[in-house]
Design a protein around this ligand. Structure first.
Ligand SMILES: [Zn+2]
Length: 274
């Protein structure tokens, strides 16, 4: 019987039946993998702590002819402090969501996995501002999935714009020179240089990013607008952040946090595989 052992991070789940869940796990070895966890919502289940978003663990999975089933899991890290802070939880939920949507089944993306793992580690235990960490995650995420915005050269004419006095950031393509585009909000040299450095650093150095309030807003607005316009699932994922007051100027809601209530249908209930 084919049993595989994989390391991965739980990116989302869907409850079904009385006490089961179907988990999506972003694994190092196989990319995204959906597997059901029988009885994991019962308090006495050995899987009760493993079947939560953000959990990183080693999963033993039975891959029969029907849907894959989790036999056991050794939890390595829960990133628990993320759950204790609304802003961190929202940002972490967007990171999970974006990686879930980008990771194809049975196709590893080690760079993306490493980025998610380090980002969650710093979000839980690091010292940096969560929004700086998120911007750093986002520009590196776009790069890891092949959607890097133009930063050093104009997205339209390809000319090096590092010495230009006036540069704008277009949601379609990234940095553009004044000869190519004459409308839209200018972006500062400091913000462009910030994004350039974020792209060049190692994952393990992401906690060092420290932005001023003004540049933080500039980079955040530029990258989120770009993500929404470039990725078909971008708006839906980033919508989780719309309730953060420092980002969107709105009060915090009292509702259930987003990653705790994933849409149903993330995986098909499998009634015929008892
Ligand atoms: Zn140009």
């Amino acid at each position: 019987m084919p049993v595989i052992c994989v390391e991965g991070i739980v990116t989302r789940y869907a409850n079904y039946r009385e006490s089961d869940r179907i988990l999506s796990i972003f694994t190092i070895e196989h990319g995204r993998l959906d597997a059901k966890a029988r009885g994991c919502r019962k308090p006495q289940s050995p899987l009760v702590n493993a079947c939560q978003p953000f959990v990183f663990g080693q999963f033993e999975i039975f891959t029969g002819r029907e849907k894959a089933t989790i036999n056991a899991c050794e939890v390595r890290e829960t990133f628990y402090p993320i759950r204790e802070d609304y802003e961190r939880f929202s940002i972490g939920s967007v990171m999970l969501r974006l990686c879930h949507d980008a990771a194809p089944e049975n196709e590893p993306n080690e760079a993306l996995f490493s980025l998610l793992y380090h980002s969650l580690s710093f979000l839980a235990y690091g010292k940096s501002n969560p929004q700086d960490l998120f911007s750093c995650f986002l520009v590196r995420y776009l790069n890891a999935i092949g959607y890097r915005p133009a930063i050093t050269t104009c997205a339209q004419c390809g000319r090096d714009i590092r010495a230009d006095a006036l540069v704008r950031f277009s949601p379609r393509g990234g940095a553009v020179c004044n000869a190519c585009v004459q409308h839209g909000e200018p972006v500062s040299k400091t913000a462009l240089e910030g994004m350039r450095r974020m792209l060049l650093m190692e994952d393990a150095d992401m906690d060092r990013v420290k932005l001023s309030d003004g540049v933080r807003g500039e980079i955040f607005r530029a990258l989120t607008a770009y993500t929404e316009s470039s990725l078909e699932y971008g708006s839906r994922a980033l919508n989780i952040l719309s309730s953060l007051k420092d980002v969107a100027g709105q009060p915090q809601p009292t509702g259930e946090p987003a990653a705790e209530a994933p849409e149903r249908g993330a995986a098909e209930p499998d009634e015929g595989n008892a």
